[in-house]
Design a protein around this ligand. Structure first.
Ligand SMILES: [Zn+2]
Length: 470
């Protein structure tokens, strides 16, 4: 009912974006070199009127947000790019629609069984006919051609692309659900994948192929024309060899290696990012509805918080400092069933904002709010508050080095910190009642972090304040 009401409240994209501008305050100082806050509703401003667009672009920029051109086959939104260039705003693009689909339903893209009969993999919740990862090479020039011609139009118009992402998910080679079973049944896959009976070999072949496709489809076309552009795809980022969450379309694979943590099963993951050549990392830090029951924490908030911190820390710790991390975030539980369980409680607004702070202090450079339209206004307001408040520390966020990555297996204090010179920018969030300090070891000094709820603390590291470690 609430969702319906909000839909009625904001009938058009334009009304929603105006309401976002009206209800979020401008930054206290210019955004400068800091990456903007990306928000899903800014992928469609709902107007092509020049003066209205100018006003909206300036209003969003004053708030640290940026409009994103949504490319389609018929329209690459070049007028928006031209305007952004004129106003010296980052030209930002969502190329998702052009990336689908490698699997176009044609029987040529199907797996083939040992009798030569084509078959599709029906284990994914999609209307797309998922087929054989080794039968889509003829699709590559079609899709790469679309991206290349869109990029060429920007190049011809001298509109530089600063940021381009795709949300390319349920298409092309995938290793979850029944994909391994299907490949084992497919004569072509059996020829292509050496050691297909081992999940590791299967995953490496599939993810390697997926990385190569992303490089050819996204990285090369954009960087050939605009070498300094940020290019990336949803969910692709450096990591520690594990995946701590399941996407909405994913199910575990029987027999694939996992690490257990309470009722959670973390999958072994392939180093896909490094092979794509992407210039920014795009982790996903969502409170997945089905992940709520993975843990027994007494603190309801810590169930979502813990898993989100694991996912965020994974990317923050593994990503080199030179690679920006732009992270998909969302507050309300993602992918609830049609009849949600009343016992599953959303993360409190306060603790979600704390989590966003911890991401920023664990090396994440920017946030990208994904949201269905019905939730979008409040979701933007909440993430924007953190973006705006953190802007006073923009030098720290740009230059600071993250030094704390602990994700406690028991609900207690969580500490994240950036170090810049002899100063730490610290956030401590408590999930128990302990008043004890938490100690951080920094270059031979033990720094004490007191409980200080809802506050970002600046702590000096020097020979005079902390106690030196023996
Ligand atoms: Zn196959």
């Amino acid at each position: 009912v609430i969702a319906l009401l909000s839909l009625l409240l904001f009938q058009t994209d334009l009304e929603l974006i105006r309401e976002i501008v009206r209800t979020t305050g401008p930054l206290e100082s210019v955004r400068g070199e800091r990456l903007p806050l990306y928000v899903w509703p800014a992928r469609s401003l709902g107007t092509t009127d020049d003066s209205e667009l100018r006003t909206l672009l300036r209003d969003l920029d004053a708030r640290g947000m940026v409009a994103i051109a949504t490319w389609t086959e018929g329209d690459v939104a070049l007028p928006l790019g031209k305007l952004q260039k004129e106003l010296r705003l980052p030209v930002s693009i969502d190329a998702t629609a052009l990336t689908y689909g490698f699997f176009d339903g044609d029987s040529r893209t199907a797996h083939v069984d040992s009798d030569g009969r084509p078959f599709f993999d029906e284990s994914f919740p999609t209307s797309r006919k998922m087929g054989c990862p080794f039968a889509i090479d003829h699709r590559t020039p079609v899709i790469v051609g679309r991206i290349r011609s869109a990029v060429a139009r920007y190049r011809e118009a001298s509109v530089p692309i600063d940021f381009l992402f795709a949300d390319w998910e349920v298409d092309g080679p995938l290793d979850s659900n029944g994909a391994w079973e299907s490949s084992k049944r497919c004569a072509r896959c059996r020829r292509e994948i050496e050691g297909i009976e081992g999940f590791g070999s299967f995953q490496a072949a599939i993810r390697g192929k997926r990385a190569a496709i992303q490089k050819e489809m996204l990285t090369r076309p954009v960087l050939d024309a605009f070498p300094r552009a940020l290019v990336g795809n949803y969910g692709v980022h450096p990591h520690d060899g594990y995946r701590y969450w399941l996407d909405y379309f994913e199910e575990h694979v029987e027999g694939a290696p996992v690490v257990l943590d309470q009722r959670a099963r973390y999958r072994k993951w392939y180093p896909e990012f490094e092979e794509t050549g992407f210039t920014f990392a795009m982790p996903v830090v969502y409170p997945w509805y089905r992940g709520y029951d993975w843990y027994d924490f007494e603190s309801s908030d810590y169930r979502f918080f813990y898993n989100m911190l694991l996912a965020g820390t994974n990317a923050g710790k593994a990503t080199p400092a030179a690679i920006p991390i732009i992270t998909f975030v969302h507050w309300q539980p993602v992918e609830p069933p049609k009849r949600p369980d009343p016992n599953v409680r959303a993360l409190s607004r306060e603790m979600y904002q704390e989590l966003l702070w911890h991401l920023l202090l664990r090396g994440h450079d920017a946030l990208f709010l994904w949201s269905p339209k019905a939730e979008a206004l409040e979701e933007v307001q909440i993430v924007h508050e953190v973006y705006r408040e953190s802007h006073q520390y923009r030098d720290f966020l740009a230059e600071g080095v993250p030094i704390a990555f602990d994700v406690p297996k028991k609900a207690g204090p969580i500490v994240s910190a950036l170090r810049k010179g002899t100063t730490l920018l610290v956030r401590r969030t408590d999930f128990d009642s302990s008043e004890e300090p938490v100690f951080l070891d920094v270059s031979g000094f033990r720094v004490s972090v007191p409980r200080n709820p809802g506050t970002t603390q600046l702590i000096e590291v020097s020979a005079y304040t902390p106690v030196a470690i023996e």
